[in-house]
Design a protein around this ligand. Structure first.
Ligand SMILES: CC(C)(COP(=O)(O)OP(=O)(O)OC[C@H]1O[C@@H](n2cnc3c(N)ncnc32)[C@H](O)[C@@H]1OP(=O)(O)O)[C@@H](O)C(=O)NCCC(=O)NCCS
Length: 143
């Protein structure tokens, strides 16, 4: 298993990983174009687990100088329970620590057993506004 930075050629295989795990409900958030934008974002880490020459898993997140937050972890069902998820979380933790992070949160829908095993505690509820326009609304004051 190789954990490495995402490259644009990974897009199609990673879409298959997300689809296989029913994590592709919003292509505009998780699809190829979004992947390329994340790749270009200095605050982001976007890592891929390569197995048998295939992109079998991914993890991505951001460190804003204070909090490090992982937003997606996904390993293709054919490659689960071999330590890939653990290796992805461990490597992104290492990357964020090197940037100065002393904490790591994961926004995770799905299987939490991996995170519990790694010592994560469930703390906050995540509330999501999608699309974002409803939050901006007419009461924001504007220009
Ligand atoms: C969660 C996920 C990333 C784990 O990836 P993985 O490569 O299988 O994880 P690992 O092999 O490193 O598993 C580490 C430990 O997590 C726990 N675990 C992982 N998958 C589990 C499952 N389906 N049921 C119970 N425990 C599980 C086990 O304790 C496992 O250790 P073990 O295999 O020695 O018992 C993967 O199952 C996945 O992509 N799931 C669908 C997407 C999802 O739920 N994402 C949110 C993750 S926070």
């Amino acid at each position: 298993m190789l954990i490495r930075d995402f490259v644009p050629a990974d897009c199609d295989q990673l879409v298959e990983v997300l689809k296989a795990n029913l994590q592709f409900g919003h292509p505009e958030i998780d699809g190829p174009e979004a992947m390329l934008r994340v790749c270009d974002c200095d605050a982001a880490e976007f890592l891929v687990a390569e197995e048998d020459g295939l992109a079998a898993g991914l993890i991505r997140g951001v460190f804003d100088g204070s909090r490090a937050i992982v937003s997606v972890v996904s390993v293709h069902p054919d490659y689960q329970r071999r330590g890939i998820g653990t290796a992805l979380v461990s490597e992104i933790a290492k990357r964020f620590k090197a940037k100065g992070a002393n904490n790591l949160s994961v926004v995770a829908a799905g299987n939490l057993d991996l995170l519990k095993k790694l010592g994560f505690k469930q703390t906050i509820r995540i509330m999501t506004a999608y699309p974002i326009d409803g939050v901006i609304g007419e009461s924001s004051g504007g220009e």
